[in-house]
Design a protein around this ligand. Structure first.
Ligand code: HEM
Length: 244
């Protein structure tokens, strides 16, 4: 095994470890922090099924963003929907045989790569161009956009301009999953794409991108509006009551 392939194999094992370990830890923390107050943003559903539906609209359609900022919604939704398609298209590198619906998704998946870059570009232009938003932006806001855009740009460049051996890429990743590392094509652009992906996996659980699992734990979205029917008690308050 050559040094480059070995380095990437170790990098991806480390990145997967940090990603899964820290993400699991963060989610466990979100799940165990008590929500002391009843604070669903009203008008809010009065049943658990209604909350499920509201959450689905929030996660699939970004409903509250739509109501608050149309331009952010357009670019944000475009980016996320395209990202989903791009990730589903990438499943072909990790499955053998490739599922038929993944094969079917290949052409729209390429278009989604372009849409993903357009969405990110729009979000970045807004962040830089709208004075009010630029003022509250931190370096990490820009860094996340730069990282995602660089991943999309290197992926698209590999697809359209500097081709790589995608079969060898697949053999490398199937090998990693079977704990039997195989050689990686030594193409600079592919290696850059993969190094940036590994960097994303490592920063993800420490960054603002945690909003992806976090939205499910948001009390303003996941609470039932029933304080007149049932008394709301946070876990710690319930424990205090029984100890008394
Ligand atoms: C370990 C994971 C990944 C591997 C092995 C991988 C590999 C590749 C390869 C080989 C290509 C070129 C496709 C071709 O020439 O036909 C590509 C394209 C692309 N990649 Fe990745 N990539 C990974 C993760 C990601 C992630 C996480 C993103 C987004 C955040 C991403 C975004 C893209 C985009 C937008 C393209 C261009 C459109 C396309 O061909 O799908 N990749 N990737």
């Amino acid at each position: 095994m050559d040094a480059l392939s070995l380095a990437f194999a170790l990098l991806f094992y480390a990145a997967a470890g940090v990603f899964a370990g820290e993400l699991g830890r963060r989610i466990a923390r979100y799940a165990s922090v008590p929500a002391p107050l009843k604070i669903p943003t009203t008008p809010a559903p009065t049943t658990a099924a209604g909350v499920g539906l509201r959450m689905a609209r929030e996660v699939i359609l970004f409903e509250s963003l739509f109501k608050s900022s149309l331009w952010t919604w357009i670019f944000g939704w475009l980016f996320h929907a395209c990202l989903l398609l791009v990730l589903l298209r990438h499943l072909r590198y990790f499955t053998q045989p490739v599922w038929s619906w993944v094969a079917w998704l290949q052409p729209p998946g390429v278009l989604a790569g372009l849409g993903m870059a357009a969405g990110l570009g729009g979000l970045w232009v807004r962040r830089l161009g709208v004075e009010r938003i630029r003022f509250i932006s931190t370096p990490s806001d820009h860094l996340m956009l730069a990282l995602l855009l660089a991943i999309a740009a290197t992926g698209l460049a590999t697809k359209f301009f500097v081709h790589t051996d995608v079969v060898a890429v697949k053999i490398f990743f199937l090998g990693l999953m079977r704990l039997d590392p195989q050689p990686l094509p030594p193409d600079p652009l592919l290696c850059l794409h993969l190094a940036l992906v590994a960097a994303l996996m490592i920063v993800f659980p420490f960054s603002k991108l945690l909003h992806a699992p976090g939205v499910f734990f948001s009390p303003t979205r996941n609470q039932v509006d029933n304080p007149r029917q049932a008394r709301h008690l946070a876990d710690w308050a319930a424990r205090l009551e029984t100890e008394r």
